[in-house]
Structure formats: C-alpha cells, structure tokens
Ligand binder design. Sequence first.
Ligand code: SF4
Ligand code: SF4
Length: 339
Amino acid sequence: MARKRTVAFSRNAVNLFFHLLTRCNLNCHHCYINPAQHGNQTLPLETVRRWLAAFQARSHETNLVLLGGEPTLHPDLAPIIHLAREMDFGSVTVDTNGYLFNDILERVTPADLDYLSFSLDGPTPTVNDPLRGQGSFQACVDGIRKAVSRGFTTSLIYTVSRANIDHLDRMGPLLEDLGVERFFIQVIGLRGKSAGPPQALGAGSTGQVSREQWMQVVPRVAERIADAGLTVVYPKVFLAPGEAFACAGRVAENYFVFPNGRVYRCPLCEDYPLHSLVFEDDQLSATPKINEADLFELAIPEGCVMNRLVQPGNIDYGPGGRPLYPIACCLLKEEVRRT
Ligand code: SF4
Ligand code: SF4
C-alpha cells in the first residue's frame, strides 16, 4: 500500500496550517494559541471554503493540516474534511488533543483523512496531565485506540520541555502499543502561554531545555523509536558550528492561517502583527512592510532571525560576541525512517 502523506518539514514543501477556531476544551501550559493576536471566531464553513480556494492553485502539492484550538469542536469539521478532499489537497491531516468531539470518527472515514495527529506530552498521566490537564492522557490514548481500530492512520506530537524531556524515551513502547505510525518531536517555543510566567514547565524557567540536554536526548531517542518501525521527525534546533543554515521562509512554503484572517509564514512571530499575508473580505493579499518576509532575508550569524528576536536565550555567545552555533529553522526537520 502506498505510504500516506502528511505535513512535510523539508525544503520545497508546501504546508497549509489552517486554524479553524482558537477555542479549546483544554488549557495546556505551553499552548501557543493567542486569541488577542489570532481572533476567537469559529470560521463558518463558507469562509473556510473561500479561504481554502485561495490556496487551490497548487492544492495537489499542498499538505493541509486542520487545527485549532481543538478542531473537533468545530461543528462542521466533517464537511470541511470532505471539502478538502474534493479540492484535491495533497494530503489532509487533523491535529487533535484526542477528545474527538462531535462524533468525528463516525462522520469521516479513513479514506477521507491521511492522518489523524494526536498531541500527548508524556508516557503516563503523571507526566502528561500536569502539562495538558487532568484526564487528558486517558482521553488521548482512548482516542488513538478508537481511531486505529477504525483504520485511521495516526501520528503523535510530543512537545519537549524541561518537564518531560526525561520521559521521552519511554514513549517508544507506548507508541508501538497504540499502533501510531509517525512520531513528531517538537521543541517548546516562547509564544502564547509559554511566553508568559512559567507554570508546570519547571520552576523559574520558561520550560526550554538546554542545548546539551536536547542533543544528548532527542536524536538518540528518535533513532531508537525509528528502530521499532516508526517514522520519527524532530527539529535539530541547535546546528553545529559552521553547519549550513536555511530559513524555510526562503526555501519552502508554510502558511499558518488564523481565524482573524492573519496568515503567517513563520510560526515564531505569531504573537506579533508581523504576518506577511492577510484575508480581507475573503481576499488574500500581502501586508505592507515591515513584515516577517523582510526578516527572512536577513543573514545573521545566529541563523534563525526570529529566534534572535523572540527567544535569544537559545543562543550562547563566545568571548568575541560571535554566536557559538547557529539556531536551525523550526520548519526544516530531520526525518528518521528505516524502510
Ligand atoms: S490542546 Fe492544543 S489548542 Fe488546546 S490548549 Fe492544548 S495546546 Fe492549546
Ligand atoms: S523559524 Fe527562523 S529560520 Fe524558520 S522560517 Fe522562521 S525565521 Fe526563518
């Protein structure tokens, strides 16, 4: 059987991350959703149709990811998925926290969806629930089992922070047991709630892990889980000194659409009105300078310009004021697969 497609974090990839609403039943400590910047509307089906149509010219190349907030809270998620299929998107994925509202698994079939992608931040309730909410581990695991038993292809997203990096290697057996096919490891970013006062992410910290911790743990765990037959995707975050850097804003196409009409091409600046595109009266147009696209053009020794601006704590400098290593683009990732 042909391998199903989903979001691709590589050069030349085209991904459309479509936030249908910002409302959610959970209140995760690292949630990046920022209603003041992204709106709090639930987009009507007709608006979704018009906005998807603005990206239709190359839809067959585009990986569409429907997300929120919690997208299964959208009463029209099923017709939106069917619409996306009719519009011939290259792949259609739904990102969910696992609660699967509105009987979504009864209203779509595995043929309608390439991937159902779940978010879980620990191998047990003890690790996950302080970060994502009481009962969220069980709800997510139950949701995955139900989806897999009905023939849906599933992936899982794990956001690494100080609070859970020590438990990452215990995810392998759980993922195998659940029948998850792809494992996306992502790094906590300083946006949305993580940019505010720290909560369960580690006392006195933003939750970000050190370069040493990341490099010691993440690539090794990714290899081990790939050995069990999963595809594992993770960001390098920290490049080696002199290692080639590329900005996805220049070498790929990623669009992050929010209910208030803002369309970003880089997720790191989503707390600021730096979006380079906007929907106004359902028409997509470029925003005036200065916006994120101007920043993509800056070549700096730190690598990612947005990291330099919004999370400079990731960067260490040597005695001459030069960064000791560049920061990688969070949209260009490593993929480990054995077959
Ligand atoms: S499930 Fe997602 S949208 Fe909801 S609170 Fe958690 S991170 Fe935010
Ligand atoms: S994360 Fe950095 S490198 Fe990647 S698109 Fe944004 S600005 Fe460019």
